[in-house]
Design a binder for this molecule. Sequence first.
Ligand code: NAP
Length: 306
Amino acid sequence: MGSPEPPPGGGSSQFDEKDGRVTAQLIDGLALSRQIRAEVGARAAALAARGRPPGLAVILVGDDPASAVYVRNKVKACHEHGLHSVLEQYDATLPQATLLERIAALNADPAIHGILVQMPLPRHIDPQQVIAAIAAHKDVDGFSVLSAGELMTGLPGLRPATPYGCMKMIESTGRAIPGRHAVVIGRSNTVGKPMALLLLQANATVTVCHSATPDLAVHTRQADIVVAAVGRRNTLTAGMVKPGAIVIDVGMNRNDAGKLCGDVDFDAVREALGPAGFITPVPGGVGPMTITMLLVNTLQAAETQA
Ligand code: NAP
């Protein structure tokens, strides 16, 4: 039995020689990222040649080790693709008023086109006030009420990077989205809700599940596309998917051995999807795409401001 055609995103199915099973094709977030980042690099160079290199300011408050890693990766990705980036690091005791003053200064800085404040913030700082302080055209995280409203009403704007990256991964399969049934598990403002809206905008029929959904499997078994954004491993298991579906795993969890894993029981679900299905790995799936789409948003903001 031959392997199915790989999708444009660099996917491949796996033939298990031991028992002759062919499992779902992999949507490779690293390969797709490389492709998109090459375009980002070219567009950034074009702006730089006009004396307007795209600039991202990243603010980190406190010493959360995971946040420090995310921030470092974002700044590193900027440097690797010709974007100017500034990292501002502050002690956890930073007063909210000082943070808001820094954001106001960056709003007025013509060398900065995108501003990102790494979440979570220390408890004495109100994240909503901080997000609201970022100028709308520099809101590259797409978390502001205005950006959410633009997405909700179908206006152009900056889309939250994680669901935006998930859409690119779904599109990379080459499968048409209109008319498909998509099930999003999770309804956070940063992942689940914008994901559902992006799928709706792409003309999918969308079901949103959450912690009060009594029987997840009833919904996921009917889905052509499942996006799991929960933060709990093994939320999606083999008996919960339809063969041939596309499964996007946003979750970032640790297994018993301390290894990074997603919300999906990867090996079993990959097998249950069969050769016509697609699945994203963790790591190497949604994670790299999130940073890639942050670069895309910064570039888009810079091009608009230019
Ligand atoms: P969140 O704010 O905690 O939201 C989790 C959502 O899952 C909530 O809507 C919650 O429902 C729902 N949920 C919880 N238990 C459930 C269950 N048993 N069945 C169905 N739904 C359930 O998390 P988030 O920020 O959206 O992130 C979700 C996951 O994605 C986390 O693991 C996070 O680390 C990861 N993540 C990864 C990236 C990346 O770049 N790879 C980016 C962002 C997030 P309720 O609303 O009813 O509470």
